[in-house]
Unconditional design. Structure first.
Length: 247
């Protein structure tokens, strides 16, 4: 299928945005990923940055910008967030712990949906909270399936190791105990796009006293089931869209 529209500058801008879908990129990485000439890639990235379709992380790398999320929300097409509320609520009720959905944004992960434990001691992470990608089970999940060079950079200064991430990939879930915050444990599992790329992490978190020092033994299966439900929603929606487009 020909992916060109005939409007060259728009096609090239789309190539840049598609390349950034994989994560933060330096200009050199963007040139490699897109096949565009360096001046062209730079000019397009800066122009997209002006319109907030692209932004920069703390290292100055290009990342997808906030305007994309705003447009998706305005169009009502953010199926992940729409489905997250009921899934996280069920996860909270089943585990009796707070549940969250995290997305990666540059060097951080952002809580984009949450279901708080209503009473008692809990780990409260409000929607919009920005947490480190260097610690915590959700950070492990969001990093574990990255390309090797991005994974290597993400491990610099991290509280977890490459061996730990290998275990995450093998099991399909991650746990942390006092890694992000003393006294707090968590379990996370990946949400995948229809193409199989990890785009978010579903988590539960709470005090070690309840979750124990092996929280995965208690709740990994439940967290995986919640993450898989969200993956299924995205896959089903993509299939419906494809079917409509072929009619």
């Amino acid at each position: 299928m020909d992916n060109t529209s005939g409007v060259g500058v728009l096609d090239k801008a789309a190539i840049v945005l598609s390349a950034l879908e994989a994560g933060p990129s330096t200009l050199a990485q963007l040139v490699t990923a897109t096949g565009l000439a360096r001046p062209t890639a730079h000019r397009l990235a800066v122009a997209l940055e002006h319109h907030r379709l692209v932004t920069r992380d703390l290292q100055g790398r290009f990342v997808l910008g906030p305007r994309l999320g705003e447009l998706a929300a305005a169009a009502g097409e953010d199926r992940l967030l729409a489905a997250a509320g009921p899934v996280l609520g069920a996860l909270r009720d089943h585990t009796n712990e707070s549940a969250q959905l995290f997305r990666r944004q540059g060097e951080y992960r952002v809580c984009v949906s949450a279901a708080e434990r209503p009473v008692g001691l809990r780990d409260s992470i409000p929607v919009g909270a920005t947490l480190s990608m260097r610690a915590g089970s959700a950070a492990q999940v969001l990093l574990a399936w990255e390309e090797p060079d991005r994974l290597h950079r993400g491990l610099q200064g991290a509280a977890f190791t490459a061996t730990a991430l290998s275990g995450v990939r093998r099991r399909g879930w991650a746990q942390s105990v006092g890694e992000r915050e003393p006294g707090v444990a968590s379990v996370s599992a990946p949400v995948r796009s229809p193409s199989g790329r990890v785009i978010a992490a579903v988590s539960i978190s709470g005090p070690i006293e309840r979750l124990s020092r092996q929280p995965g033994r208690l709740h990994a299966a439940t967290v995986i089931a919640g993450a898989n439900k969200l993956t299924e929603v995205l896959t089903r929606h993509a299939a419906q869209q494809e079917a409509q487009n072929t009619v």
